[in-house]
Ligand binder design. Structure first.
Ligand SMILES: [Zn+2]
Length: 384
């Protein structure tokens, strides 16, 4: 029968399901999908001593493998996607950095084709509608106030593939832009912001649902001026992005966010730039020069952190081994939550029959051993 030869049973592993972890569990793969039961002639792969978890979903990522999603050719963008896949990210949203409006509209066209052919899950515009006070690694002279007409222009250029905009919602036009995005089912993310607590609450009430890399590029938490961090952490409507690379956040800040928001409201992201999965050296982030040294990316001028060189397998490993977050909670925040936010949880984000066979095999120390995407091994586990 057609498809039967493609049937594989992954057996003997600890399998993390939405309902909990199953010891000595089985995942059956038929063709590109997870199946409820195995064909008689199914091949069995013994994964005793390993974990099988859903493929990772990265909703904030600027590049990798030496390639930039903001400026690379289609082949370079595909190299970046492949690099992150080899590290377990089976669903990826490409993030752009601040550029000229016409340039970003052009990029939206290029990236939208990769969304349409299934290589990307969408586009995230980070900038230009952000605050000069919290610009991070974005070119100050290209920043603009959020203008619903310009947001609309980028949405149209992306032909329905825009999934998220990061905005400094306190700027003129910010709240109207949030409303426009929410009306169109596009995520309005609060980030690179200088907002007060009250201004942040107003943006959440207008429809913002994500905190772009919580703690980074926003005013710190202070007792008389709690700022955006308190407003974003306390509101059930917000999912907080966290960059767990050990550079952007102290482990105590990450644990505080997990404990206060709850694992159902955390999305682990990379915010990776070109050097992820590639190495130290000189790079460009949009128009700005970046030097990567010992895996830390900083602007050559100003020394600001300029994205990460993180891959999600490392974020997972750190969360479990350093931050002591329970495995099931890490799986929620690295797969299920971002998949839900992106509107693709019916296809990915958990190991359930009917969904894409996107999964990651980890050894007992949580080192990545295998990655499968749509039923095909991107990285085949070598089990001895
Ligand atoms: Zn970013």
């Amino acid at each position: 029968m057609a498809g039967r030869a493609d049937s594989t049973v992954l057996a003997g592993a600890r399998v993390v399901l939405p309902t909990g972890t199953v010891e000595n569990g089985r995942v059956t793969v038929e063709g590109t999908r997870i199946a409820g039961s195995a064909a008689e002639d199914a091949r069995t792969l013994d994964l005793s001593g390993h974990w099988v978890v859903p493929g990772f979903v990265d909703m904030h990522n600027h590049g990798g493998g030496g390639a930039s999603f903001t400026s690379g050719t289609v082949d370079e963008v595909l190299t970046g996607i492949r690099t992150h896949r080899e590290h377990g990210t089976t669903t990826l949203v490409a993030s752009t950095v601040t550029g000229e409006m016409d340039f970003l509209a052009h990029r939206a066209g290029v990236l939208s084709e990769l969304v349409e052919q299934g290589d990307l899950a969408g586009i995230h515009f980070e900038g230009p509608f952000i605050s000069p006070c919290r610009k991070g690694a974005h070119s100050e002279d290209l920043l603009r106030h959020p203008d619903p007409a310009e947001v609309r222009k980028l949405m149209d250029a992306a032909r329905g593939t825009a999934k998220m905009f990061t905005l400094a919602t306190e700027l003129p036009g910010g709240i109207d832009s949030v409303r426009l995005l929410a009306e169109h089912g596009v995520i309005a993310a609060i980030g690179h912001t200088d907002a007060t607590y009250e201004q942040t609450v107003e943006a959440i009430d207008a429809g913002a649902t994500v905190a772009t890399h919580l703690f980074n590029a926003m005013p710190p938490l202070a007792h008389r001026e709690p700022g955006p961090i308190a407003a974003l952490l306390e509101d059930e409507r917000i999912t907080v992005e966290l960059i767990n690379d050990g550079t952007h956040l102290h482990p105590a800040a990450l644990e505080l966010a997990y404990h206060h928001a709850g694992a159902h409201r955390v999305a682990l992201i990379t915010d990776a730039m070109d050097a992820a999965g590639f190495g130290d050296g000189l790079y460009q982030l949009g128009p700005l020069a970046v030097e990567v040294k010992d895996g830390v990316a900083r602007l050559v001028e100003g020394n600001s952190i300029a994205g990460s060189t993180l891959t999600l397998d490392t974020a997972f490993h750190r969360a479990v081994t350093i931050d002591r977050i329970p495995v099931g909670d890490v799986v929620r925040s690295i797969s299920a939550n971002p998949a839900r936010l992106l509107g693709v949880y019916d296809r990915v984000g958990s190991l359930e029959p009917g969904k894409d066979a996107d999964l990651v095999v980890l050894d007992e120390d949580f080192a990545l051993k295998g990655v499968m995407r749509k039923g095909e091994w991107v990285k085949e586990p070598r089990i001895v």
